[in-house]
Design a protein around this ligand. Structure first.
Ligand SMILES: *[C@@H]1O[C@H](CO)[C@@H](O)[C@H](O)[C@H]1NC(C)=O
Ligand SMILES: *[C@@H]1O[C@H](CO)[C@@H](O)[C@H](O)[C@H]1NC(C)=O
Length: 449
């Protein structure tokens, strides 16, 4: 009996730290980072003539409801309720101190009338539209210079009906850069939670020049062949927290950015303090990504507890000559991936240029990237790390990484390829390239492996 009790105690003491860390991990969250204000004042889109029949155009109703929130300001702000139904509308702008609340089975659906889609000026850190010169189509749901805004509800849907835009891209008939589904510019204290995003024309959620942004409990869906439908792209923004979400799109799931070549360098606004945790998804491109637009600099990014399935690249840090800027202090940990062309890629030759005025001497500095606790199965190539000859990547630290090939489908076991990089590795399988295969005491990263 005593032996039985003792063995139970031993058993418990070995798993207890594990349980503890699980419990602690479950407690860490973005909640509290941005106050979720309760709105006493509530209005419904139907009060403004909104009709959820899927055919009536509700642009006027949305704009009038939001005009009312902006100009008849109530203490504590106003909640705009979208009841069950399908509300077709053109683009509209949000205002401060509002909650856009989508009931269960409420759908806000973008019109496919691309002819009347408004244009706005390009972002200064891009100098032009991201895919076409000149201005860009305004995002379906757009906000500039706002604070205290919440988009939430009971898992209602924001549907971009993007196929018409994807086809224009495919047929090269796009005049200007496609609209994002939701964009916040120059804004702070933003919460996006419990909403489903579908078929964005371009990037799904784009906070740019923002701070204090929380995105949680969202589902983002677009077909794997839909062009440039990135999930969440924090861009020249700080204190962004993304968690507990599922993303399956045609491009990067989460990609941290900060502007493009000479425009991004000139604007000089970095992204920092970005947390990404407990995410899952799949994409033919990257899972957790930094870049390639990083001209204002990206630092202090933490991504952890990530599950990826059917990926192009699991973890991808990308930049290019002409980008300038820096990528530093990036940590990615506790990643599980299944079926991926590449497990890890860190490269200085990815992405295109806004024009040929980029400065070929503007070399990015990539320094201090820690990737640890990664488990992958059916990974075709373990890793590719390609620094720049005149700006080698330093402090690339890999530990506790296991990337397995698929014995039947791919005959060779996955391997690493590296150039112009230094760093260290510890318990990495398959054995990484010689540049990383030993821990030199002088190495900047050996201390935290
Ligand atoms: C929405 O905001 C954009 C840019 O912030 C502005 O150009 C546009 O006029 C606004 N549209 C409406 C309908 O208020
Ligand atoms: C929204 O969906 C998630 C799962 O995707 C579920 O856990 C949550 O309870 C739902 N929330 C509401 C308010 O229906």
């Amino acid at each position: 009996m005593l032996r039985f009790v003792v063995s139970i105690l031993i058993c418990f003491s070995t798993i207890a730290p594990f349980l503890n860390s699980v419990a602690i991990a479950a407690l860490i969250s973005c909640s509290g980072m941005v106050p979720m204000n309760y709105r006493n004042d509530k209005i419904s889109i139907t009060d403004f003539g909104g009709v959820g029949d899927g055919r009536t155009l509700n642009t006027k109703a949305f704009r009038e409801a939001i005009y009312r929130i902006q100009h008849l300001r109530r203490r504590g702000g106003t909640l705009l309720y979208i009841p069950p139904g399908v509300y077709l509308t053109g683009s509209f702008n949000l205002t401060s101190h509002m909650t856009l609340y989508l009931a269960k089975d409420a759908v806000i659906k973008a019109t496919q009338d691309t002819w009347n889609w408004p244009l706005i000026a390009p972002l200064p850190s891009y100098g032009r539209g991201r895919e076409r010169p000149g201005g860009r189509y305004i995002s379906f749901i757009h906000a500039d210079g706002v604070h205290d805004v919440v988009i939430t509800g009971e898992n209602g849907t924001i549907d971009g009906q993007g196929d018409i835009w994807w086809n224009m891209w495919r047929q090269r008939t796009l005049q200007f850069t496609r609209p994002n589904l939701v964009e916040f510019v120059n804004s702070k204290n933003i919460i996006i939670s419990s909403v489903i995003f579908r078929n964005s024309p371009f990037w799904n959620i784009h906070p740019v020049y923002c701070s204090n942004v929380v995105v949680r409990y969202v589902t983002i869906l677009a077909p794997p062949d839909s062009p440039n439908t990135d999930g969440i792209d924090p861009d020249s923004s700080s204190h962004v927290c993304i968690e507990d979400s599922y993303i399956s799109t045609g491009d990067d799931l989460v990609s941290v950015k900060s502007g493009w070549d000479e425009y991004g360098i000139g604007y000089g606004r970095r992204s920092f303090d970005i947390t990404i945790r407990r995410m899952a998804g799949s994409s033919p491109f990257s899972g957790i990504s930094v870049g390639s637009e990083t001209s204002g600099g990206v630092e202090k990014v933490l991504a952890e507890h990530i599950n990826l399935y059917n990926m192009g690249v699991g973890i991808h840090v990308k930049t290019n000559i002409g980008r300038g800027g820096f990528i530093r202090d990036i940590t990615v940990s506790d990643v599980y991936m299944e079926i991926a062309q590449k497990g890890i890629k860190i490269a200085g030759d990815v992405g295109d240029h806004p024009d040929d005025r980029f400065n070929p001497n503007a070399l990015p500095v990539v320094k201090g990237i820690t990737i640890k606790n990664v488990w992958g199965v059916k990974v075709q190539q373990a890793g590719l790390i390609r620094g720049l000859r005149n700006s080698p990547f330093t402090g690339i630290c890999l530990s506790n990484i296991n990337l397995l090939g698929a014995p039947l489908r791919w005959s060779r076991s996955p391997s690493w390829k590296c150039s112009d990089v230094s760093g260290a590795s510890h318990q990495v399988s398959p054995w990484p390239c010689s540049e990383l295969s030993s821990s030199h005491p002088t190495n900047s990263c050996s201390s935290h492996l």
